[in-house]
Design a protein around this ligand. Sequence first.
Ligand code: AMX
Length: 436
Amino acid sequence: MDYIKDKLITKGRPQAEIVKRIQKEYGDSVIQETTLGQVFSGMKGVVSLLTCTSKLDPDEGIRFRGYSIPELREKLPKLSEDGEPLPEGLFYLMLLGELPNDEDVKFLSDSWAKRAQDIPQHAFDVINALPKSSHPMIQFNSAILAMSTESHFRRAYLAGMDKRDYWDPMYEGVMDLISRLPVIAAYIYRRVFHDEKYIDPDPSLDWAGNLAHMMGFESEEVKRLMRLYMVIHADHEGGNVSAHATHLVGSALSNPYYSFSAGMNGLAGPLHGMANQNVMHWLQRLMDELGTDAPTTEQVREYAKATLDSGRVIPGYGHAVLRKTDPRFAVQLDFANKYIPEAPLIKLVKKIYDVVPDILTETGKVKNPWPNVDAISGSLLSSYGITEYPVYTMLFGVSRALGVLTQLIWDRLYGLPIERPKSQNLEWFKDKVGFK
Ligand code: AMX
């Protein structure tokens, strides 16, 4: 019996009623004015989405259902005292809005391990049909789309389902999809980088620990890192590209596989999730050009300036919302300082942190000169032996599923309609502001 599902509908029904009532009774209330600048800068700050899983404060960073990352590290269940929180616990928190206990987390670990056993063979065939040289995100997303043949939602919709029940097959599909992503990701990793020497899942392991195991990493240290990585990348409010794309496509009642695939296409962009891979290329080029992994401050400054002068961005720095150092960067730095302070890549990350914010500030246009999550995540993975940069965004994607797919269930619980903002041509904007 899936008691989580029972809890979800018990909490979800009254919330859905509020959504319906607030729209009916307060639908004409003005909540915000929008400037042309906001529209032309990518709708920054325009409140237009209803999201319950997490909230991003520009100065403080992300909170998941009210809990900051340091609080989650303290309050979510772990496997051992010095371990990191289990992503299963974060999923439970985002889904139900309450902290889980050890049994809740164990229930999810077991349930996901079981659901992961039924991946259709054609998902692997689709991966195998692609050249190994194709980016892991191409292989990952192709497999996600291929698995949509299994969609509960699609079947139930075709059979004729009551609107109020949409959340139910959505929940089932989301649980299947989340459970299967680590298997798919590890398969791609072993296919591309380890001569197709695949490793079977171990159903006794937790979700993130199993991912490390299937990738070929058996040490508790790597499993601990994987749990941290999976927790901190899970969600970042509703308006970021991967979350918004998943939500938008889901609003057409596309099944969770189609919806999540849309999100992953967005995550693969260099300004979003692909930044973690690009940071590594940027660091690698720096080390290659200078012939050292310990450059001087002056050398880093020159290298960063040359990047800006050639019209490129410094990957891993800046953010559309954040205006301070990303707490997801800070927690990884804290982890690295605790366990691997002498790792050359970590020392390099710190040197760059000392130098780059000032250089970005000097440009006079970068709104946030501070590091984001991607400035360190690849260096951390690499220092632990996961040295293949192209898989970093895929690992980000496995984690991001937790948040955006939880929200997708809530979208259907809330009964949200198809999304359809208004667009206008340039003439309209010119007229509107009296452009001369
Ligand atoms: N290096 C150089 N220039 C930067 C910069 C950076 N790291 N961050 C911002 N800028 C530039 C912008 O390109 C823009 O230049 P323009 O006016 O000539 O077009 C100007 O500064 C103003 O941009 P902004 O308002 O500060 O940022 P934004 O909201 O438009 O973009 C982001 C945000 C993250 C795309 C941008 O900071 C960036 O490109 N960073 C590098 C890529 C990166 O790390 N992305 C990962 C973000 C986190 C994630 O999603 N995983």
